[in-house]
Design a protein around this ligand. Sequence first.
Ligand code: NAP
Length: 375
Amino acid sequence: MATVRLAAIKALNGSSRLRNLSCSLNHRCKALSIRAFSAAMSPPSKAVVYDLHGPPDTVTRIIERPPVELKENDVCVKMLAAPINPSDINRIEGVYPVRPQVPAVGGYEGVGEVYSMGSSVKGLSPGDWVIPLPTSSGTWQTYIVKEQSAWHKINKDTPLEYAATVTVNPLTALRMLEDFVNLNSGDAIVQNGATSIVGQCIIQLARIRGIHSVNIIRDRAGSDEVKEKLKKLGADVVYTESQLEVKNVKGLLANIPEPALGFNCVGGNSASLVLKFLRQGGTMVTYGGMAKKPITVSTSSFIFKDLSLRGFWLQKWMNSDKAEECRSMVDYLLDLVREGKLKYEMELSPFNEFHTALDKALGKLGSQPKQIIQF
Ligand SMILES: NC(=O)c1ccc[n+]([C@@H]2O[C@H](COP(=O)([O-])OP(=O)(O)OC[C@H]3O[C@@H](n4cnc5c(N)ncnc54)[C@H](OP(=O)(O)O)[C@@H]3O)[C@@H](O)[C@H]2O)c1
């Protein structure tokens, strides 16, 4: 019997039928193994990495990273867009309080589309839009694998660039308005860096709450146009720093009450101007240092005005177990975006022009809108 079967196989062996059969089996096996492989692995990812801390335009490069294995609770996300924020630049420079271990992938927020998932993931499907919850590193790359708990599903009707930028700056604006001084409708705030995304969000979130805003911008080309844009967002008044070189800045408040709360993201003289506007017992919250200059406070501001100086850092706020609160704040902010109540200027730049976008974000080409990398 065995001899007969062997003879039959041998007879078939040279025939084209057997060759075809074995070819098609081979093909099917290969297809199956590729499918099994791609279900468990991410695609290779293109990423902006830095191997050393230093000037971002010289230490960053784009490389291809190998596929990553997906565990049962992991979600692989194809990134759609991610911004270049000042803190991303500071992290690469190595001057941020948290120094990422190098080599590292840049970027701390963004939006992407679910590409594939581990076997235990529930409530997400391929194609869903998700954002990484703060503080999430390595968003400047085409595919990211993280546990499901690190992602937040959002409404796909959201404009891409807003979805990509909601978790750092708008969230900071919201927290700072709510966490330091109990403000009521009719009260006022004062801020510098009013053209920043945080500044633009503060103007609009304050306006929604009936709070007036006094805004300071730096002297720059096109400042009249900038003032008009900020007023359209809801700013009550906008002054350049040089306009505030007067004896009594409060004379410029007209009908606006003296601000109880001030925000400073610049430092140096610009911070002193915020302090000058504050009322007796007012508070200034510092959250950035764009001018890289220290804050100087007169002795009399403490003795006769009893001012308070505070600081805000989103990363610290997030570390205190705020993931659930963060999800509802993101939903609230993106609802405002979809309702047209929260806007800010941005520019989408293709990923293959990353280094031009980076130069713009570094200020090498003058004042530019926030750069959003589109993958
Ligand atoms: N503490 C936190 O948790 C936290 C969270 C989010 C953001 N931040 C900080 O908030 C600040 C704003 O961030 P963003 O992403 O909203 O900013 P952005 O949209 O990138 O805008 C940058 C802002 O900085 C101004 N600026 C740039 N260089 C300057 C200089 N040398 N002197 C004075 N002003 C300068 C720009 O003014 P022009 O429009 O005139 O160019 C613009 O207003 C940054 O310092 C950032 O690190 C802190």
